[in-house]
Design a protein around this ligand. Structure first.
Ligand SMILES: *[C@@H]1O[C@H](CO)[C@@H](O)[C@H](O)[C@H]1NC(C)=O
Ligand SMILES: *[C@@H]1O[C@H](CO)[C@@H](O)[C@H](O)[C@H]1NC(C)=O
Ligand SMILES: *[C@@H]1O[C@H](CO)[C@@H](O)[C@H](O)[C@H]1NC(C)=O
Ligand SMILES: *[C@@H]1O[C@H](CO)[C@@H](O)[C@H](O)[C@H]1NC(C)=O
Ligand SMILES: *[C@@H]1O[C@H](CO)[C@@H](O)[C@H](O)[C@H]1NC(C)=O
Ligand SMILES: *[C@@H]1O[C@H](CO)[C@@H](O)[C@H](O)[C@H]1NC(C)=O
Ligand SMILES: *[C@@H]1O[C@H](CO)[C@@H](O)[C@H](O)[C@H]1NC(C)=O
Ligand SMILES: *[C@@H]1O[C@H](CO)[C@@H](O)[C@H](O)[C@H]1NC(C)=O
Ligand SMILES: *[C@@H]1O[C@H](CO)[C@@H](O)[C@H](O)[C@H]1NC(C)=O
Ligand SMILES: *[C@@H]1O[C@H](CO)[C@@H](O)[C@H](O)[C@H]1NC(C)=O
Ligand SMILES: *[C@@H]1O[C@H](CO)[C@@H](O)[C@H](O)[C@H]1NC(C)=O
Length: 455
């Protein structure tokens, strides 16, 4: 019997050992469990019953719950490492400290729901986070400076909410950030002068559709991984930095509808600089306060250029013949400026060109017949210039869906080939006007290219 007792003791001891390590794991699991239940407690509407599976089994890890991913080994084993509840129509708010205990959380995606209230500062406790996405909710209030503690964060997506106040300086301390997307909020304030130098890994900077002002920081040129800079629809002012050519990977520079200026040739230095960017596809400068003469160097931009948006400024000078070298151009918006000279015949070489908007300038001379070579051209808007001579019959390609020639000094009849556009394509020729509204819609078309930003 004594013998047995001894064996029993050993067995109990090893059981105790086992259960203490189990208790250790389960304490963390309980924290995760409790935190998630607390999170659920403030969800007021769950139209698809997405969280119905939550809470099953009081001692069980939440690993099987909808949207929850757990770690498989080491300290992360059984602990929540990802919470992905995107697009589930959830209403309610994020319970203030509910998620703060999910110590091992690496990805938190609550995007495309209907969450209201503020972003809890306690998210700053989730120091393992690499992705935080709160895209497309109805969150309000300020961006908590506590997010500055998330040093592992590579993607911060808080776009499409109603956030106010400035972007906290601490956000620019997130030196691992690759994607900073705060577009479509109500943010004010400026970008810090050294923003670019502090975010060396950034490739996507999207601050568009806010109320940010001040200059576009020159330090962005130090963020050498930048591929996309989007500041559209903000009152940013000053001149465009003339060092952007340092950004070898830049493919979209979208600065439309800001208050950027160019009053002297030197203010156009950025265009010379941009000729260094061999991957550049998009330049958007529409709706700014750019004046002065368009530099000829525009024709030396990369042949990867696809979209050139300069409309709605006060730019003068001529459209250089050499623009015909940019053979990948699909869209040219140069309308509503002060361009003079003739329409370059070389445009007829841009065989991918779909839209050519040159209306409301002071262009003169004839419409080059070579335009008729552009078989993909759907919109040709030349109204409100001082063009002379006949309408070339070569324009009679059915691809052309919108043609406007009004308010010029064109002579002679409209060739029947061109009139056929109207008959065969069921469009009126010439359209008596194409309103700014249409061009705006087009611009939003370009913005659709950024769909991937919205996840
Ligand atoms: C866990 O649930 C069981 C029944 O499902 C119950 O008997 C037990 O008291 C619960 N334990 C705790 C700690 O809530
Ligand atoms: C969001 O919540 C509001 C009420 O707070 C409701 O009227 C609306 O339908 C919800 N929208 C979605 C997409 O669930
Ligand atoms: C979050 O961290 C702060 C300290 O930074 C601490 O005071 C607070 O208790 C933590 N919150 C939670 C819910 O863990
Ligand atoms: C940013 O980091 C630096 C150095 O780590 C620190 O001194 C500074 O206080 C931080 N700024 C903010 C706003 O968190
Ligand atoms: C933005 O904030 C201002 C006040 O700061 C407010 O008047 C306005 O309604 C807000 N706009 C949106 C879209 O939330
Ligand atoms: C940015 O880079 C330039 C040289 O490319 C350097 O002179 C400057 O100090 C850098 N700025 C910062 C803030 O690091
Ligand atoms: C553009 O490239 C040239 C030659 O590689 C270089 O001398 C010049 O400084 C660059 N400009 C900018 C703004 O990076
Ligand atoms: C364009 O590039 C060519 C060849 O590099 C150069 O000779 C020319 O001066 C440049 N033109 C402008 C306006 O920069
Ligand atoms: C257009 O240019 C002419 C002279 O070239 C100038 O007189 C006029 O003010 C300019 N118009 C605008 C709107 O900039
Ligand atoms: C025609 O263009 C001029 C110069 O850009 C502009 O002032 C005028 O308003 C335009 N007229 C129409 C009808 O668009
Ligand atoms: C382009 O159009 C012009 C005039 O319509 C014509 O003479 C020329 O042959 C065309 N070029 C090509 C490459 O189609």
């Amino acid at each position: 019997m004594e013998h047995h007792g001894c064996i029993l003791l050993v067995a109990v001891a090893s059981l105790l050992l086992a259960s203490s390590s189990w208790a250790y794991a389960s304490a963390g699991t309980d924290t995760d469990h409790r935190g998630l239940m607390q999170f659920r407690s403030l969800i007021t509407d769950d139209p698809y019953g997405a969280l119905a599976s939550w809470g099953g089994g009081n001692a069980s890890a939440p690993c099987g719950w909808r949207g929850v991913t757990c770690g498989a080994r080491g300290r992360r084993r059984g602990r929540v490492t990802a919470l992905d509840l995107r697009g589930l129509g959830l209403s309610g708010s994020i319970a203030p400290s509910s998620l703060a205990g999910l110590t091992y959380l690496r990805r938190l995606d609550l995007s495309r729901n209907n969450l209201t209230g503020t972003i809890p500062a306690s998210l700053g406790n989730l120091t393992s986070l690499t992705l935080l996405s709160l895209t497309s909710n109805k969150l309000s209030g300020a961006i908590p400076g506590a997010l500055g503690t998330l040093q592992a964060l590579t993607g911060l997506y808080i776009n499409g909410n109603m956030l106010q106040g400035s972007i906290p300086p601490a956000v620019f301390n997130l030196s691992s950030l690759q994607e900073l997307v705060v577009q479509f909020n109500n943010l004010t304030g400026t970008l810090p002068p050294d923003a670019g130098a502090r975010l060396p890994s950034l490739w996507l900077l999207s601050v568009d559709s806010n109320r940010l002002h001040g200059t576009i920081p020159v330090s962005l040129c130090n963020a050498s991984k930048l591929e996309v800079i989007a500041t559209m629809y903000n009152p940013f002012s000053g001149v465009v930095p003339d060092c952007l050519g340092a950004l070898n990977n830049l493919w979209a520079l979208s600065l439309d509808f800001n208050e950027l200026e160019a009053n002297a040739d030197s203010h156009w230095g950025f265009m010379d600089s941009l000729t260094n960017c061999s991957n550049l596809k998009v330049i958007g400068l529409a709706g700014n306060k750019l004046g002065g003469v368009l530099p000829a160097s525009i024709a030396n931009l990369s042949t990867s250029m696809e979209t050139l948006g300069l409309w709605g400024n006060m730019i003068s000078g001529q459209i250089p013949q050499e623009i015909g070298n940019l053979f990948n151009l699909r869209i040219i918006w140069m309308n509503q400026n002060n361009f003079t000279g003739t329409i370059p015949a070389s445009l007829g070489r841009l065989d991918k060109l779909g839209k050519l908007y040159l209306y409301s300038n002071r262009l003169s001379g004839q419409i080059p017949p070579t335009i008729g070579n552009l078989t993909l051209l759907s919109d040709l808007l030349l109204e409100n210039n001082t063009l002379t001579g006949p309408v070339p019959s070569s324009l009679g390609s059915c691809r052309l869906e919108t043609l406007s020639l009004d308010n010029n000094r064109l002579t002679g009849p409209i060739p029947k080939e061109v009139l056929l556009i109207g008959i065969l394509c069921s469009k009126e020729v010439p359209t008596d006007r194409l309103l700014i509204g249409d061009a705006l819609r087009e611009l939003h078309g370009v913005k659709d290219k950024y769909k991937w930003i919205h996840y």
